[in-house]
Design a protein around this ligand. Structure first.
Ligand code: GLN
Length: 309
């Protein structure tokens, strides 16, 4: 199928229909108490094409907690700050472990496996904060500009809720700091990290905010070269290998697109050279990825053939 010739409205309607039985079957994240209050029966999906078209279905306009999807944006900023030197502080290998795992850090002397597990994202947050005190404002500005939506905000209730229950992330940050791979005060890093995770966006926002990842780092809406083509390609490779944690192999098998998930139930994905898309459904599978969302993306590549493979 060609992008130009595709009836996206019909495609999204069909996908929404096909995955409907799975919506509500997953488990809404509850370790962040505020997230547990989100209704499980939501489903939304949005597509933004490089030729400027937008499509959406269901709850695609509803803002939700992007959680770990934010790690793609913070990685872009950290690479901007440190360039390739970032890779002395965080690796590029899939972890095969849950997103919040501590176990590999001891053997690896505080160098997290990749920037998308929590440990890696905490180091990335430290890098951003070391570069600029207004790191969170800069991150928000970056996201608003990419999505073309000045109203995108941090949901402070979610950030506070996670801070109150964030013992694992506090442990990770302290442990990494003990190896010298966190430079800023632990409280500052955690505060930044919980807030970046608590940014609220809709599928429509996310599809637009990821569009430059589908276009060699260029943002068509603003004409800005956001990141270099090589960097965009490399971030996509990390999304493919690490973006869905210990489900990345399965995800590549069933979906075959660079994608980043979050425990809020969102997943953003890109078809390089063609489009970006985002899906949201709060019920998660055992690995912390949206159950209906993953199924919807699998259906998307099944019906269109647009897996990168
Ligand atoms: N804020 C969440 C955490 O640190 C993000 C995890 C996720 O979305 N996978 O646990």
């Amino acid at each position: 199928e060609t992008i130009a010739g595709t009836d996206f409205d019909a495609l999204l309607a069909r996908i929404a229909d096909d995955v409907q039985p799975l919506v509500s079957q997953g488990k809404v994240a509850s370790y962040i108490p505020r997230l547990a209050q989100v209704p499980a029966d939501r489903f939304g999906m949005a597509v933004a094409t490089l030729d400027g078209r937008r499509f959406s279905i269901g709850d695609a306009g509803t803002a939700f907690s992007i959680q770990s999807i934010s790690k793609v944006f913070s990685l872009s900023m950290a690479l901007d700050a440190l360039g390739g030197d970032l890779w002395q502080r965080v690796g590029r290998e899939p972890s095969g472990s849950p997103y919040n795992s501590l176990v590999q850090l001891e053997d690896e002397r505080g160098i997290p496996r990749n920037p998308f597990i929590n440990a890696g994202a905490l180091v990335v947050a430290d890098v951003v904060l070391s570069k600029r005190r207004d790191g969170l404002d800069a991150l928000l500005a970056f996201i608003r500009e990419r999505a073309g939506n000045a109203d995108i905000q941090v949901d402070t209730d979610v950030a506070e809720s996670e801070a109150l229950a964030g013992f694992r992330n506090a442990a990770l940050t302290n442990f990494i700091r003990s190896f010298g791979n966190i430079e800023q005060p632990v409280e500052a890093v955690l505060d930044f990290y919980f807030r970046q995770c608590a940014i609220a966006m809709s599928c429509e926002d996310l599809a637009l905010a990821f569009l430059h990842q589908a276009d060699g780092g260029r943002c068509r809406r603003t004409g800005v070269q956001v990141i270099s083509p090589v960097r965009a390609r490399r971030i996509n490779s990390l999304m493919l290998t690490c973006g869905t944690y210990d489900a990345a192999g399965d995800f590549a098998f069933h979906v075959g697109l660079p994608a980043k998930s979050g425990v809020g139930g969102g997943i953003a994905a890109v078809v390089p050279g063609a489009l970006a898309l985002a899906v949201w459904s709060p019920g998660l599978d055992e690995r912390g990825n949206s159950l209906a969302g993953t199924a919807a993306l699998a259906r998307f590549t099944e019906l269109t053939g647009w897996s990168i493979f």
